[in-house]
Design a protein around this ligand. Structure first.
Ligand SMILES: Nc1nc2c(ncn2[C@@H]2O[C@H](COP(=O)(O)OP(=O)(O)OP(=O)(O)O)[C@@H](O)[C@H]2O)c(=O)[nH]1
Ligand SMILES: [Mg+2]
Length: 644
């Protein structure tokens, strides 16, 4: 059976609830307060089976201006709207506001119902019809049927039923292939069963016994019982209204505005890119960074609106915005939203979500605007490609992609495979369907090659870099799998060689054949120099070798741990250095402190060496300088006391 959802809309007391009762026999005003005050406060739900075997779910909304937030939650995601106008009163403020909301939310179709015609002369009815024609002029209801009824005498009700039947046939059935998502509009406790949540199945399907997740809190529970229009079912699908009995979830842990979904499919967000249409009857221009009420799904949060492409948004204008939310919500590409003012509480605009997980943007950036324009006007497929291309050197998973585009997982997968076939992307992890686009991959490849090149330049004597060393030089988001793919590809393309566990550029001519035996000679000379070793400059002059070559050997020996570099141009052999260090520690343990002259005496070296040495000991935090003296850092006596 096909499922279509109808919502009511219209000013307070115009006869919405009475109309639903006339159609279905059900009074959807359940609350005591609603009965007493004769108004609707909460959303009401019922259904109707139409002659053409379509089940029409009905959501009855309140007309009171105080409860517009409930109205928005109710009509978010409906297929059809019945704009109800009492013929004896005509168009009123919430008639217009509800119409604006339905238009901003892109409700597909609908009709206008003039109620209470039993109270009115027929001539007056024509006047009301004219008024209606005027307000719907530039909206989706422009050519919609206008029906006149009385819920008391039932005049016009059969015609209304036929009109609803016709319209419902025109509504395209939703695919139940998409990601399961149910924005929660009611939460209550059922004695003996526990927590029950209700809502419209926006997309996907849900079965009995499944584990579900509540967002943004992330708490999980099991579907113990599932009902669609009051009947227990095994499975609920997109387009139906479902009541889900949750096992393992406290009623207090869920509220209207939360979203029910499957674990690890959607993630909440507090930063959203959107295209905002600012209503022409908004009271004043919208300034950058103003805080307003943001409605998406059944949720309502405060949002600061950052204008990305202009200083202010004048009434009637539209622009790209970034919304920073006070609390997280679930929002996907192409979801519609409504903005209501935070001081004068009225609907001032609305629009479409472009990206639910963007980066923070700079304002007035032409590349940001170009990207957002594509997300706005392009197809879901184009949006998907853009997200893959922009995913950076870490790649992106199927899960992340499904969070950012409104597309059935199967479609996303087939596009990914298509892109792979064309060489537009690479699989990092075929199991998790993690991919990296060609552009970022090329960037990463360039980084790896540059790192190797730089290494060769610094250490011409070294054979190459180990894989682990190279990995630490790449961005942290590069995971093990991606790194392995990169290395094997570089080796396969013969740009890099793996030899003796080291990676090197194949073009690098490794001068391991230190023909002149310079390394050995440098080591011997420095060792012989003890605490007054020769510099690379001195040795190169003495041996008539190029200074650059000798300095490279010094650096190589530092890298190998043979020499210790104290300061530029002062290198000690590690044996001399270590023995001095031991001597110093022993001295300080017995004398507690040492002056510079005393240290100089210990090294028997000139100031040229002694001063950099003692400063180096400070630098490596072996010693602590206190005026003219030095002590061991971290009381050595304490350490000794601790020893048994
Ligand atoms: N005579 C007459 N009275 C009607 C008709 N429809 C509704 N009423 C009366 O109008 C009043 C308001 O009707 P409701 O159906 O509660 O109006 P509503 O639009 O649901 O009101 P809210 O939900 O509070 O916005 C009630 O007293 C109804 O009995 C009608 O067709 N004819
Ligand atoms: Mg009502």
């Amino acid at each position: 059976m096909k499922h279509v959802i109808l919502g009511t809309a219209g000013h307070i007391d115009h006869g919405k609830t009475s109309l639903v009762k006339a159609l279905t026999g059900v009074d959807t005003d359940r609350l005591k307060e609603e009965k007493e005050r004769g108004i609707t406060i909460e959303l009401g739900f019922t259904f109707l089976d139409l002659p053409s075997r379509i089940r029409l779910g009905i959501i009855d909304v309140p007309g009171h201006e105080k409860f517009v937030k409930h109205m928005v939650a109710g009509v978010w995601g409906i297929d059809l709207v019945a704009l109800v106008i009492a013929a004896d009163e005509g168009v009123m403020p919430q008639t217009r506001e509800h119409l604006d909301i339905c238009r901003l939310l892109r409700v597909k179709k609908g009709l206008v119902v003039l109620t209470k015609i039993d109270l009115l002369d027929r001539e007056l009815l024509e006047l009301v019809k004219e008024e209606v024609t005027e307000i719907v002029q530039d909206t989706f209801l422009k050519n919609a049927p206008i029906l006149a009824v009385s819920s008391v005498t039932r005049e016009g009700i059969p015609q209304l039923l036929s009109a609803l039947d016709l319209l419902s046939q025109e509504i395209k059935e939703r695919s139940s292939e998409g990601l399961f998502r149910l924005p929660i509009d009611r939460v209550f406790t059922m004695k003996g069963f526990g927590t029950v949540v209700t809502g419209t199945m926006i997309s996907g399907n849900l079965s009995l016994g499944e584990t579900v997740q509540i967002l943004p809190s992330g708490s999980e529970g099991k579907v113990r019982n599932l009902q669609v229009y009051g009947r227990s079912v095994e499975k609920a699908v997109a387009g139906e209204r479902a009541a889900v009995n949750l096992q393992g979830v406290e009623t207090s842990a869920v509220e209207r505005g939360d979203v029910l979904t499957r674990p690890n499919t959607l993630s909440p967000t507090q930063l959203i890119d959107a295209y905002l249409e600012y209503l022409s009857d908004a009271p004043r221009p919208l300034k950058h960074r103003t805080k307003q009420r943001f409605h998406v799904g059944t949720s309502l949060v405060n949002a600061s609106i950052f204008l990305l492409d202009r200083e202010a948004l004048a009434p009637g204008e539209s622009g790209f915005v970034q919304l920073r939310l006070e609390r997280p919500v679930v929002a996907l590409h192409q979801d519609r939203f409504v903005i209501r003012g935070s001081s004068a509480i009225q609907t001032i605009g609305g629009g479409v979500i472009l990206d639910g997980h963007p980066d923070k943007h700079r304002r007035f950036s032409s590349s940001v605007i170009a990207d957002l324009s594509l997300l706005k006007d392009g197809t879901s497929e184009q949006a998907l490609r853009q997200h893959i291309h922009h995913s950076g050197t870490g790649g992106i998973t199927l899960e992340d992609l499904l969070n950012r585009v409104e597309m059935p997982p199967g479609d996303v997968q087939s596009i990914i495979r298509q892109m792979e076939g064309r060489g537009d992307l690479l699989f990092i992890d075929p199991e998790k369907l993690k991919v990296i686009a060609k552009g970022p991959y090329q960037v990463l490849r360039g980084m790896a090659l540059a790192q190797l090149g730089e290494f060769h330049q610094r250490f011409p004597m070294k054979f190459g870099l180990s894989k682990e060393e190279l990995r630490t030089k790449l961005p942290p988001e590069v995971d093990v799998k991606l790194f392995q793919i990169l290395i094997s590809e570089l080796i396969q393309s013969k740009e890099v060689v793996l030899e003796k566990d080291k990676l090197r550029l194949s073009g690098h001519h490794f001068s391991s054949v230190d023909e002149k035996g310079l390394a050995k000679r440098v080591e011997a000379a420095v060792l012989k120099g003890g605490l007054q070793p020769p510099s690379s400059k001195e040795l190169s002059e003495e041996w008539s070798e190029s200074e650059g070559e000798v300095r490279a050997i010094f650096e190589h020996l530092v890298h190998e741990g043979v020499l210790v570099r104290i300061k530029s141009e002062i290198y000690f052999h590690h044996v001399s250095f270590e023995s001095l260090r031991e001597q110093l520690v022993t001295y300080l343990k017995s004398h507690r402190e040492i002056t510079t002259p005393q240290f100089k005496e210990m090294t028997k070296a000139s100031r040229k060496y002694a001063i950099p040495l003692i400063e180096y000991f400070d630098q490596i935090k072996l010693t602590l300088r206190l005026g003219e003296k030095r002590v061991l850092r971290g009381s050595s006596q304490n350490t000794e006391k601790k020893l048994p």
